[in-house]
Each structure stands twice: as structure tokens, then as C-alpha cells.
Write a protein that binds this ligand. Structure first.
Ligand SMILES: Cc1ncc(COP(=O)(O)O)c(C=O)c1O
Length: 437
């Protein structure tokens, strides 16, 4: 099937991350010899004959059919993301949110439940609290890393546990291996949103996470030029271990010739169903134009995330020593509550995002935001540029004051996505903005 990972790069231990991020999934165009990833701007793909059409529709023969499902440009990105995550397969989709919805509804139906960490992106809170609730799927939020609370909140209707490797915006680090171990004792999969870490810092698949979500919009794309997302199947979870627990994957799929996905695609049943069934029906497809831009970004992922992380550590240290700053959270700081977990899990650095509060609270913080000159005030992270925002009035503003409290979002919290500019210029900009307080 065309959405399976290019076997040349699948889990190839001889290929390093920096090599995979450039080459995985890319085969030079056989007709033209184009070496860079071409944009295949086509809605549908011509069949050789009627037999070829029938075989491809039945998934009995590999090949593109219709670009809502597969497209050679987007498939390259999916294969590359799977390779750098050390996973079995991936599906590239229109946004990080699309990836979440497709993944959640791939195994959870009305009447089912989810247990989620309380340290999550505001948009994800919305999906879980409202959109999934509308569909009859209930989420219990528990304190990040409180394994006893995760276990206590789970019951026979629970389908998975959900965490962000590095929470947005608190930047606290989830102890994924400990969560995976505890969930395994209940035969539950852990789904991890790895957007803030990226696979350059951490690969949840290596620690047994079942499914990984990436917003490709952030550091993976890296340029703030387009939106995208990915559902990544680690291939490590046995969906058939408890009969009847995951019927969408283990029982005949009436919407696809009665396919049983754990048998039809044993290496990556979760991703295969997301693509063949959920993406087919719901339709948030990644455009090949966006996919090509994301592919250009991935080529330099390791270089950028290294620089983001080095710059963020320097900025965190600067803010921590600044007399007008009340508090800083960055797991790279030795006294940060997440430092122990982060040092154990993250490789190469601690990520490009940090949060802090200015003495004088919310008003003083907004003054800093209004006085930066190099930093851009916008609702995104992972851009090459340094970005600043006040989450309580923007990215997390749909949460009620109680929910903001539950998400540990204080009124004074400012989020920085530290860019890859010269770090002296980034610090000088923050210094002059703090002087205005
Ligand atoms: C951690 C995290 N996950 C998912 C998303 C959603 O991604 P997208 O904006 O690409 O839909 C975001 C967006 O900010 C995010 O921060």
C-alpha cells in the first residue's frame, strides 16, 4: 500500500536522524528525475485499466487513487515523520487538531472514556471537553504525571491515556515511560502529543507509546508558513491483546469490505485505519502544497531545534536572574520541577518554549508584551522567529477561570517560543521590554 513506510528507511539503525530528516520517504521522480520533492497537484490518479482500478480500491495493489487519501507529496512527509519518530507508519493530515480528532475517534466511540493530563494545549482541552463530549466521549483530566490518578480515573470504558511530552504552555515534562508502564498493566495505550519536544529531543515510540501526535505547524515545519499534522503509529501496541477492547481495529470494518485492520495491516493497524477509514470519511487532508513546505522544513529540523534549545536555555537563565521577573519555568533550569524527568528523557536540549511571570502580575506582563520589538506577538510556536504571547487571554482564552486554574495557567504567565536569531539580540529585546515595566 502506498502509505506504508518506505522500507529503505523504516527503523534503519544505520541511518542517523540528520540523514533521515533529509532523505526518508523521498524517491526521485521516475519520469522527470526531479530531485527535490515535487508538488503533485492532482486530485485523482489515473488507473492503468479497470482491473488496476478495482485492485487499488480494494487496497490489494499499492498506488494512489484519490488525493483525499493518498498523494505522493504528502506520503513522502508521512514516511519521513514516521522514520524520524522511529515508528512503523504515519498519516500526514491538515493540522495538528485534525490529527488529534482522527486519532481519538479511531478507537473511542460514544460511551467510551479518555484519561488526559491537565497540562495540555487549550485547543486540545476544547476538543476533549466539548467536541468529544458532543460525540458522547468523556474525558477525565488528572494531574500530569500523577500515575495513581491516571489509574484511579481508568475503568473498563477507558480507551487511552493522553499526555503532551512537553505541556503547552506550562512546559512541564510527562514521564512517558512511567505512564506507558502503568497503562500497560491495564492493557491501555498511551497517546503522546510530541509537538513541543519533536523527535529530535524525544521519541515516545522508543518508550512504547502507542500513538504519537505532531502538529507539523510548529518546529517540524519550522517556518510558520503553513499548517499540518501527523498521526504516527509506533507499531508497538498489541490492539488485539484483550478481545473486544478495540473493536474498530480488531473486528470486521463494515465500511471497508469487512477488513480487520490488525490482520490487514499488522505492522501499523492504527495508522492504516486512520488513513483508509477516518481520513476517507472525515476528510482533513494535507494539501500537497503545504506538504512540500513542511518537507523543506524537516530537512533542517535537528539544526533548528538544537539552536532553539540552546537559545531558550540562555534566555531562561537570563530571565531567572532578572530582578523584575518573578518566576520562570524551563525544564533545562536545574531547580525546575521537571528537570529530573527532562534530563532522563530529552536528548540534545530542553526545547524552544518557556514561560515566565513578571513581578507586578498580569498588567506588568502585558507591558512587556507591548514593548518587545524583535519578538513577534502571535499565537504560534516553533517558528524560526522569536514569538511571545499571553495564553490566558489568547490560546487558552476559551477556558473558564476554573479550567484555567485546573490547567495551572496563572494570569501573569507569558509564553516565549525562542527563535533561532542571535541569542544576544533576543535577550537584549527582552531586557529593554522589561525596562519599560
Ligand atoms: C501541543 C499542541 N498540539 C496540537 C496543536 C494543534 O496543532 P494545529 O494548530 O496544527 O492544529 C497545537 C497548536 O498550538 C499545540 O500547541
Amino acid at each position: 500500500m502506498s502509505f506504508e513506510l518506505d522500507p529503505t528507511f523504516a527503523q534503519d539503525p544505520a541511518k542517523h536522524f540528520d540523514t533521515l530528516q533529509i532523505h526518508a520517504g523521498l524517491t526521485p521522480d521516475p519520469t522527470t528525475g526531479a530531485a527535490a520533492l515535487p508538488i503533485y497537484a492532482t486530485a485523482a490518479w489515473q488507473f492503468d485499466d479497470a482491473e488496476d482500478a478495482a485492485q487499488k480500491f480494494a487496497l490489494a495493489r499499492p498506488g494512489n487513487v484519490y488525493s483525499r487519501l493518498t498523494n505522493t507529496t504528502t506520503d513522502c512527509i508521512a514516511a519521513r515523520v514516521a522514520a524520524i519518530e522511529g515508528a512503523a507508519s504515519a498519516v500526514a493530515v491538515a493540522s495538528g487538531h485534525a490529527a488529534e480528532i482522527l486519532a481519538f475517534t479511531n478507537i473511542a466511540k460514544a460511551g467510551d472514556e479518555i484519561v488526559a493530563s491537565d497540562s495540555l494545549y487549550g485547543g486540545t482541552w476544547n476538543i476533549l471537553l466539548h467536541t468529544l463530549d458532543d460525540l458522547g466521549i468523556k474525558t477525565t483530566f488528572v494531574p500530569n504525571n500523577d500515575i495513581d490518578a491516571f489509574v484511579a480515573a481508568s475503568n473498563e470504558r477507558t480507551k487511552f491515556w493522553y499526555v503532551e511530552t512537553i505541556g503547552n504552555p506550562l512546559v512541564d515534562v510527562a514521564d512517558v515511560p512511567a505512564l506507558v508502564d502503568a497503562a500497560a498493566s491495564l492493557n491501555l495505550p498511551v497517546i503522546v502529543d510530541n509537538t513541543f519536544a519533536t523527535p529530535y529531543l524525544y521519541r515516545p515510540a522508543d518508550d512504547g507509546a502507542a500513538v504519537i501526535i505532531e502538529s507539523l505547524t510548529k518546529w517540524i515545519g519550522g517556518h510558520g508558513a503553513t499548517i499540518g499534522g501527523a498521526v504516527i503509529d509506533s507499531g508497538k501496541f498489541d490492539w488485539a491483546a484483550v478481545p473486544g477492547k478495540f473493536p474498530t481495529l480488531t473486528e470486521p470494518d463494515a465500511s471497508y469490505h469487512g477488513a480487520v485492520w490488525t490482520q490487514a495491516a499488522p505492522a501499523a493497524p492504527f495508522a492504516t485505519r486512520v488513513l483508509a477509514q477516518r481520513l476517507r470519511d472525515i476528510g482533513p487532508t494535507l494539501s500537497p502544497y503545504a506538504a512540500q513546505l513542511i518537507g523543506l522544513g524537516i530537512e533542517t529540523l535537528s539544526l533548528r531545534v538544537q539552536r532553539h534549545s540552546d537559545n531558550a536555555l540562555a534566555v531562561a537563565k537570563f530571565l531567572k536572574d532578572h530582578p523584575k521577573v518573578g518566576w520562570v519555568r524551563y525544564s533545562g533550569l536545574e531547580d525546575d520541577p521537571s528537570h529530573e524527568v527532562a534530563s532522563r528523557l530529552l536528548k540534545n536540549g530542553f526545547g524552544g518554549a518557556l514561560v515566565f511571570g513578571v513581578k507586578g502580575g498580569r498588567e506588568a506582563g502585558l507591558r512587556v508584551i507591548n514593548n518587545v520589538k524583535l519578538h513577534t506577538l502571535l499565537a504560534n510556536v516553533g517558528d524560526a522567529k522569536s514569538l511571545i504571547i499571553h495564553p490566558a487571554t489568547t490560546t487558552h482564552s476559551q477556558l473558564t477561570p476554573e479550567q484555567l486554574g485546573a490547567a495551572h495557567l496563572s494570569e501573569d504567565l507569558i509564553r516565549l517560543s525562542v527563535g533561532i536569531e542571535n541569542v544576544d539580540d533576543i535577550i537584549a529585546d527582552l531586557d529593554q521590554a522589561l525596562a519599560a515595566v
